[in-house]
Ligand binder design. Structure first.
Ligand code: ZN
Length: 483
């Protein structure tokens, strides 16, 4: 193991300014040389992997997350729990010895579901499990009792628009993919409101169900009557579709006590390892701290937030020991050339609200943002890195991913922008997100099932290793990624 000499050697290379460079600005940094520079990180990458997966930090992100979600619980935008969560993180990030731990104030939506229930009265009495959708209005206290119209698509709703007036529209759309199907949750109430429906119940956007409703934010349109809206389980949506196809009349009473309060104060939570050479330049790693108000928000997005914290912890805690023929080297803690910044976003679930205000506040400094990374699609078995940006950066990331050969996570995928990072990615900053096995992600997403029980410590270790190697190497390379 001679990596310290290699590090020393890299430091002695003729250097450019560290400013964002075009490909040919500096003759020392052809792609061949960047490739060689990256290969020089192989021992550090192995040391990070060893620490995260087999060493003292094994299971740390999982255990920290468990303590956090068991203590705080779910953390909806605007809630007391989210406020407690931010205070908790502010304190533990300081205790961890990270630098510049601070809170950046933002205004966030405050909606509460209140008491809610749905009861089928005809053709038989049956209690329908529901979760009101975020930003929904309430029903009158006595509820709304109406006949149901079941449709499977917006097209069918249009065709049967005459039948919808005065009814509760039930959407029983099939799950194709989250991206494709989520429009029914987002726009279902507005579309039903347009044709005169009095409420809408939406089949949960879930790929599997044990009679579980899956909530989420929804959007009214300003020129359309606002009708109460909730999600129902796949099972109840399918049953009502079967009943209605037999010509059976269905009557439901829906009661919702939802309430929207004025926007409230919240914070994005920030911590750093300040760069040794280009401290003004930033590699941003992130996840969101808020969650839905059901389950524990362990998967969405506790896992992403806590592997992002883990990346800074691992870099800070890495002990490198190397023996040359005569000398023994001990290196405690790595400090990359650029600043590694952890941001725990607030109010992602209402639509990237904290991240949008962060962008407005910091966009003047955009040329110093090297890459923006967010993990918000689970921390299950990692498969690689998703990326949005130029082919040149993609080629560099491909080389960096080779450093993860020891855990066999070397793939690069498309679409590396997440809700909280897309503002930067739209403006040309390279964006990356963690790609993992999401085959069970939408079993639990936004439901009571999103608890610590779905998280796996060994998978989180691997995710943390990927996240750390990628962010560290980008933060420490001599040049910023090309734009
Ligand atoms: Zn999320």
């Amino acid at each position: 193991m001679k990596f310290l000499f290699l590090i020393a050697f890299i430091h002695l290379l003729p250097q450019c300014t560290g400013k964002p460079l075009r490909w040919d600005d500096c003759h020392q940094h052809t792609f061949k040389e960047i490739k060689r520079e990256i290969a020089g990180y192989s021992d550090i990458a192995k040391a990070i992997i060893n620490l995260a997966v087999y060493g003292n930090a094994q299971n740390r992100s999982y255990e920290r997350l468990a303590r956090f979600v068991d203590t705080i619980g779910p953390r909806l935008s605007g809630s007391k729990n989210l406020e407690m969560a931010i205070k908790y993180m502010f304190s533990v990030l300081q205790d961890d010895g990270l630098e510049n731990v601070h809170l950046e104030p933002v205004k966030v939506p405050h909606w509460e579901r209140g008491e809610e229930s749905a009861m089928m009265l005809a053709p038989r009495n049956h209690s329908i499990v529901i979760l009101g959708l975020g930003s929904s209005v309430a029903t009158p206290p006595e509820g709304i009792t109406a006949e149901v119209l079941v449709v499977t698509s917006f097209d069918e709703l249009q065709k049967r628009a005459q039948d919808a007036k005065g009814k509760i529209v039930v959407y029983n759309q099939p799950f194709i993919s989250y991206k494709e199907t989520v429009k029914y949750r987002l726009l279902g109430a507005a579309e039903a409101g347009k044709v005169g429906a009095v409420a809408s119940l939406i089949r949960s956007i879930a790929s599997f169900s044990v009679n579980s409703p899956h909530t989420g934010w929804q959007q009214y349109q300003s020129d359309v009557p606002k009708i109460p809206t909730a999600c129902i389980s796949v099972e109840d949506a399918e049953m009502m579709a079967r009943m209605s196809s037999r010509g059976t009349k269905i009557v439901v009473t829906l009661k919702m006590g939802a309430k929207t309060y004025p926007d409230t104060g919240s914070f994005n939570t920030v911590a750093e390892i300040v760069g040794s050479k280009y401290p003004e330049q930033v590699v941003l790693v992130s996840g969101h701290l808020d969650s839905w108000d059901v389950g524990q928000g362990a998967m969405d997005d506790g896992g992403g937030a806590f592997i992002s914290w883990e990346a800074l912890s691992l870099i800070k805690d890495l002990v490198l020991l190397t023996v040359n023929e005569k000398l023994l080297f001990l290196l405690l803690g790595l400090r990359p050339k650029r600043t590694l910044r952890l941001v725990l976003w607030t109010a992602e679930e209402p639509g990237g609200v904290g991240a949008e205000q962060y962008y407005q506040l910091h966009k003047d400094n955009i040329s110093n943002f090297d890459i923006v990374m967010e993990s918000d699609s689970g921390t299950f078995m990692p498969m690689g890195l998703a990326f949005t940006g130029s082919d040149k950066v993609r080629a560099i990331l491909k080389e960096i991913m080779q450093l993860l050969q020891p855990i066999n996570v070397t793939n690069i995928y498309e679409n590396g922008s997440e809700t909280d990072t897309e503002y930067w990615v739209r403006d040309g900053v390279p964006g990356a997100s963690l790609r993992d096995d999401i085959s069970k992600y939408f079993w639990f997403h936004h439901s009571q099932g999103d608890t610590m029980t779905v998280q796996d410590p060994s998978q989180m270790n691997l995710c943390a290793a990927v996240w750390t190697v990628v962010s560290y190497v980008i933060a420490d390379m001599e040049e910023m990624l090309p734009r």
